[in-house]
Design a protein around this ligand. Structure first.
Ligand SMILES: Cc1cc2nc3c(=O)[nH]c(=O)nc-3n(C[C@H](O)[C@H](O)[C@H](O)COP(=O)(O)OP(=O)(O)OC[C@H]3O[C@@H](n4cnc5c(N)ncnc54)[C@H](O)[C@@H]3O)c2cc1C
Length: 419
């Protein structure tokens, strides 16, 4: 493949798709280069017996200001406004109501301490009470929200997200991943084509892939921070600060393990159980999402890393569910899907968090270079990072930046259509 276009977008996840939609709207010539064999990246809906299952993002966080919420009806998708079951234990199994109240209170007071953290302190684990009864619970909750443990978590970064989150969470009946894939329809996307280098000469960029080199006036790079930090894409030496910033915004890990359940009517729709409220390494299980005969386990942080590294995630989840419901449930569970996001070569994790003292890395990562190379992706958002709507907005921002800084100068390649 060899081509010459105005803009190359590297990666067809939520950010790349948002950027490409905007650039197409104004008639620029474009190539979207995706390493994987499907669009969506960390947004991925599969189907089991006709039922959509989101293996990546599932919740429209900050739903009433989420741009995907606004797009959904136009693309033929249906929004479900059922409240999330988080924080309430189905039938108080293994987690008495009084303990649930105590655990929630411990989380609220931990967040309060984070807000009052002294200026020099930015490591969330430092604000745990020594020997606190609910510390393992706080670690488990952190693993779900941040994909990581509290010792690796920047307080300022965490609060920037918490303060921006509106707490309104909706879903899509047909799947979040399916919506994002639908938004990519008609875009000039090449699949299965990892970019291995981006080179810059005086006037043009060369985007190098295994199938040829594409020349362009500008590029928008949307790959995850762990991909960027790995050096999988060789970049001009001047982008060293960006790569370093990416390494200070590592991906946490969140995995899903999904079961079909026999005799589903014995479980109330859209309820939840936490596997073990006294362990940091425990799953959270959504029972019968949308009333479907499914259980969706969410296993994150250190537990997910260990389970991806060798142990059996399905067996771990079955054991936790059997511990709560009795061993009879084992016969009723049929595994239908399991993710290994850390092992996914073009993703390498789930969502970014800033290491302590590194919250400034998001702005560094998001800054353009030489008005030619632009960055987007969830990690570039200073408040909505780790989400699909944050990714969307950064893609749009990068597209606008391309349009304003390149309008009359460097986009002058042969494929330019706007004269
Ligand atoms: C289990 C899980 C649950 C989640 N839950 C939610 C949720 O409920 N709500 C929410 O809002 N968010 C959630 N998220 C996070 C959300 O999915 C991501 O933040 C978002 O999808 C990231 O989009 P992106 O465009 O920044 O990156 P990506 O989706 O990672 O897109 C980058 C693309 O670049 C491609 N790529 C990589 N290397 C190359 C290369 N060398 N050349 C070309 N292409 C390359 C990748 O294949 C990928 O398609 C969840 C994520 C996971 C994993």
């Amino acid at each position: 493949m060899s081509a010459d276009v105005d803009v190359v977008v590297v990666g067809a996840g939520a950010a790349g798709i948002a950027a490409a939609r905007r650039l197409t709207e104004v008639g620029l010539s474009l190539a979207v280069i995706e390493a994987g064999d499907r669009v969506g990246g960390r947004a991925w809906t599969i189907r089991h017996e006709g039922l959509p299952i989101d293996l990546g993002c599932g919740w429209l966080h900050s739903a009433e200001r989420n741009p995907w919420t606004a797009l959904a009806p136009d693309l033929g998708f249906t929004i479900d406004r059922t409240l999330p079951p988080w924080g309430r234990q189905f039938r108080n199994l293994g987690f008495p109501a009084s303990d649930q109240m105590a655990a929630r209170a411990a989380f609220a007071s931990f967040e309060q301490r984070l807000r009052q953290a002294p200026a020099g302190s930015d490591r969330a684990a430092d604000l745990l009470e020594e020997g606190g009864t609910w510390n393992p619970y706080l670690e488990a909750v952190s693993s779900y929200i941040n994909g990581t443990d509290l010792k690796s978590l920047s307080i300022r970064d965490y609060l920037a997200f918490a303060d921006a989150d509106t707490g309104v969470n909706w879903r899509l009946i047909e799947g979040y991943g399916a919506l994002i894939a639908r938004a990519a329809a008609g875009l000039p996307i090449s699949l299965g084509m990892p970019v291995s280098a981006i080179e810059a000469d005086q006037s043009r960029l060369a985007i190098v892939t295994g199938s040829g080199t594409i020349r362009a006036g500008a590029a928008i790079i949307t790959v995850s921070t762990d991909v960027l930090a790995s050096g999988a894409i060789r970049l001009p030496a001047a982008l060293g600060d960006h790569v370093e910033a990416a390494s200070r915004l590592p991906l946490g890990l969140a995995d899903k393990v999904v079961f079909a359940i026999d005799r589903p009517d014995e479980l109330e729709p859209d309820t939840q159980v936490l596997g073990n409220p006294h362990s940091a390494k425990t799953g959270s299980y959504h029972l019968r999402p949308f009333g479907r005969p499914l259980i969706e386990g969410f296993i994150c942080g250190a537990a997910a890393r260990e389970l991806e590294a060798g142990e059996d995630m399905v067996a771990f989840a079955q054991d936790e569910l059997a511990g709560l419901f009795g061993t009879g449930i084992r016969r009723r569970l049929k595994p239908v899907a399991q993710t290994r996001w850390a092992k996914s070569p073009f993703i390498r994790g789930s969502y970014s968090h800033a290491l302590p003292g590194c919250t400034d890395a998001r702005a560094i990562l998001a800054s353009p270079w030489d008005e030619r190379i632009f960055f987007a992706g969830e990690a570039c958002s200073t408040q909505d990072f780790s989400t699909a709507h944050g990714a969307y907005q950064t893609g749009l921002d990068a597209a606008e930046a391309v349009l304003s800084s390149h309008h009359s100068t460097r986009l002058g390649g042969p494929a330019r259509r706007d004269g």
